[in-house]
Design a protein around this ligand. Structure first.
Ligand code: PLP
Length: 321
């Protein structure tokens, strides 16, 4: 378990690296949702997602402990974040990616001087390889969510929200492995427990929803949801107890709802966000909770969407509201 003090310490560690991201709002979105909606804009964060917060906190800690390199297993936002901060503090990062990694993701890691190693097609193959490289190099393996320093880094978003907006009633947070929501839950529930923190998952990747129902970690077969940052097949070992202790509710959104929220934000708010982040706005737009007339922050976790993928998202016919 982590505590608020860990998050306060993380904030100091990462202050010179990250952006304090704004809260955006749209009258039209608020009208549509029947609530006052604010978007915590982590798509405008360094490297394009909140992952830089946890990665910075963890890599700086590894450096203090004498690590000469770091490794991670990810083709996405976590890999970019680890490569970015390792480069910045001057240690080598090796990112283990799937054989079929998209060229643009590979280029992003290499642009930060990260070494790329291709391995298999599943995270079950990549993860042991990243750990093995860490061992060989006297380096440190950086988990995307199941690590106290990662969770504490992500939790700094919770502290920022509390400072940026008075009288928040609820915060909607997307769930993959659960590092983001564990950090935010700790920051919020140890400061102002009356604020509701609601997790959002795609219906097609509802492992955390099912796990909470069954009171144990459930593992699902690989998901193909368009919210590719939320495809993790089960909640983390460290994140699940925090989630179980604090989360107020978990709601599910469909693929079409995610797509519609993505298009709304693009068309009306002129913001490019990624499908994983559109889930929280979808939860507000499609009224997945009983909240009405409340001040809700939807956590927009990132904005890294492939141009190829974007075409598919906007060209699909929409159920106009
Ligand atoms: C990683 C990620 C998530 C999920 O975060 P977890 O800590 O794995 O729950 C959500 N959105 C984006 C954009 C991400 O990169």
């Amino acid at each position: 378990m982590i505590g608020k003090a860990d998050i306060v310490a993380a904030r100091e560690q990462i202050a010179d690296t990250i952006h304090k991201t704004p809260l955006l709002s749209s009258e039209q979105l608020s009208l549509l949702c029947g609530n006052n909606i604010f978007l915590k804009a982590e798509h405008l964060q360094k490297t394009g997602s909140f992952k830089i917060r946890g990665a910075t906190n963890k890599v700086k800690q590894a450096l203090r402990e004498g690590a000469v390199s770091v490794t991670a297993a990810s083709s996405g936002n976590h890999g970019q974040a680890v490569a970015y901060i390792a480069n910045k503090v001057g240690i080598q990062a090796t990112i283990v990616v799937p054989e079929d990694v998209a060229a643009c993701k590979l280029e992003a890691i290499e642009a930060y001087n990260g070494k790329v190693e291709k391995c298999g097609l599943t995270s079950a193959e990549r993860l042991p390889r990243a750990m093995e490289i860490a061992k060989q190099q006297n380096g440190v393996y950086v988990s995307p969510y199941d690590d106290p320093y990662i969770m504490a880094g992500q939790g700094t978003i919770g502290l920022e929200i509390l400072e940026q907006l008075e009288d928040v009633d609820a915060i909607f947070v997307p769930i993959g492995g659960g590092g983001l929501i564990s950090g935010v839950l700790t920051a919020i529930k140890e400061t102002k427990p009356s604020i509701q923190v609601i997790g959002v998952e795609p219906q097609l990747a509802n492992d955390t929803y099912l796990s909470l129902k069954q009171n144990q970690r459930v593992s699902l077969p690989g998901s193909l949801t368009i919210a590719d940052g939320l495809r993790t097949s089960q909640p983390g070992e460290l994140t699940f107890p925090i989630l179980s202790k604090y989360v107020d509710d978990i709601v599910l959104v469909t693929e079409d709802e995610i797509r519609q929220a993505f298009c709304f934000v693009l068309e009306r708010m002129k913001q490019v966000i990624e499908p994983s982040s559109a889930t929280t706005i979808a939860a507000a737009m499609f009224e997945k909770t009983a909240l009405l007339g409340k001040r809700i922050v939807t956590l927009v976790s990132g904005g890294n969407v492939d141009l190829d993928q974007m075409a598919g998202l906007v060209s699909k016919p929409l159920n106009r509201m």
